[in-house]
Write a protein that binds this ligand. Sequence first.
Ligand code: PLP
Length: 398
Amino acid sequence: MLSDRMSRLRPSPTLAMTAQAAALKAEGRDIIDMGVGEPDFDTPQFIKDAAFQAMQEGKTKYTAVPGTLALRKAIVAKFQRENQISFTPEDIIVSAGAKHVIFNAFLASLNPGDEVIIPAPYWVSYPDMVAFAEGTPVIVACPPEDQLKLTPPALENAITPRTKWVIVNSPNNPTGMAYTRSELEALADVLRRYPYVSILSDDIYEHLVYDDFVFSTLAQVAPDLQSRILTVNGVSKSYAMTGWRIGYGAGPRDLIKAMSMLQSQSTSNACSIAQEAARVALEGPQDFMKEWTQVFQDRRNQALAILNGTPGLSCLKPQGAFYLYAFCNDLLGKTTPTGTLLKTDGDVSSFLLDSAGVAVVPGSAFGSPPAFRLSYALATDLLLEGCHRIAHAVSLLQ
Ligand code: PLP
């Protein structure tokens, strides 16, 4: 019944963990879900109002496949205002979330055996999307010594004549680490030597950066490479609009055209009402983000202090997103109070779920074990309770 290509897809491990936590909760267990990948804030009211108004005005019909002109113009203005990158509406496609943009991009551009360089830890969907499109994921380990980021030598080592894309995700899911302007410039220096390599810059966490970190993106710091860069972004994380399903890509016109053609034969346009809400989100007041980032920053600091104060766990201090990536090498080989030997980070995550009632996602899902990712996109009291439970559970290991 099923096609061969389905064998190249695995269910998303993050969604699987969320489902497992929800099932335990439904059984009445007291579970703190730290596996979540979306802000716990509600979509701002002015954005909801815009959706209501769009419906009242009859903006309920098919739109242009790559998105309404009004939204694409708002996206062009966003890139100019926030990133100093010039586009025209023809360079933009709007899809059902950033995930859909990336899926379209790989399906529209990869031939069998084309390689895509994916720095690890990576967002879980990249390798599966590449494999589904018959490309070959080339995973490049980015160790803590390199701040879990791709370095110029590691990039250069990974490039072969078959390299089609390299993915740069900053701030990163699952680590929260973000690339500085000079780090991106150094990667651009390598990329200039390989004109056949394109770059997918996944900026979905752009606005969620903390302390004095200044977000930069590759097309901004290396404008001469712009014709080789697909910049992916969306309203999901920055505007707490994960369920609205609006993401966008900006890049070379022939690629955007191909992605649009692919979309025309699959989903057609993203939801017309959500597009109008996204337009208002991008054009409206942005001040609520300051409050949100302050809350996230405080949570990051408090959670980090508890985890790094727990013998056996260690986290780098991330600059953005809402995740902490806790290495747990020292817990492997230990035994739980019920006599289970912890052999993998999957065992550690199961132990935390069973004994502490805390759901986290094992690092092996992100290509960099042994570790686990926890999200701090949950109420501060629950977050701190969850971190204390983790610390207590870890202290019981022998
Ligand atoms: N890229 C990264 C790195 C993500 O973490 C996510 C969502 O978790 C996405 C893209 C997809 O975002 P969207 O909800 O817009 O599809």
